[in-house]
Design a protein around this ligand. Sequence first.
Ligand code: ZN
Length: 200
Amino acid sequence: MNEKRDTVSSKGNAVILKIYSVGHPVLRQQARSLSTEEIHSSLIQDLIANMRETMRDAPGVGLAAPQVGQSLQLTVIEDRIEYFKGVSEAELKERERSPIDFHAIINPEIELLSPPEVVAHEGCLSVPGFMAAVPRSRSVRVTCLDEHGEPKVIEATGWYARILQHEIDHLRGRLYIDLMQSDSFTTLENYQRHVKKQLP
Ligand code: ZN
C-alpha cells in the first residue's frame, strides 16, 4: 500500500497521507473494487482512518482513495458545521448544504435521479488552488458497502448529492475539470474576490 512512502506526517495513531495532484496517472485510472474480506482487513481499516485524518487536515468534505495513490473503490465523506463559518445562511440554503457525519463508501453504483442542471462552484484537493462551476444532478441514489462491509443505499439531494457525484467520479478516473463550465475556471483567490460576493 506504499503508506510509508506516502506519509507526510502523523497525528496520534493516524497518519496524514500525501494527496496526489492532477497529472498523476492514478487519478485517471478506473479503481478496483474491494472484497468484504479486504474491507475487514487492518490494511483497509487503517487506510480509512488515515483518509479521515487526511481529509480533516486538508480540510475537505470528501477524499477518494486514488487521491492518496490507492486505485481502490473507496471514498470518505464528512461535512462539519465548523466548515460553514465563512458561508452565509442564504448560500447554505441555496446549496441545500447541511452537516454530514463521517462515513466511507465502497464499491459504489450511482444513479442520477435528476438531470445534471444544478450549477455551482466546486474545488478538489487534487486540483489545489482552483475552483469552477460544475453542473450536477440535484439528487442521486448510491448503492454501496459501508466501512463495515455492510450493504447500504444512500438517497441524497443538494450538496451531499454533489459530493457523492464528485467523489464517485474519482473512482472512475474522472475529475471535475472534465465536466466544468471551462470559462468559470478560477483561482481560489479570484473566486473569493469576484464570484463569492455575487452569491446570496
Ligand atoms: Zn476531488
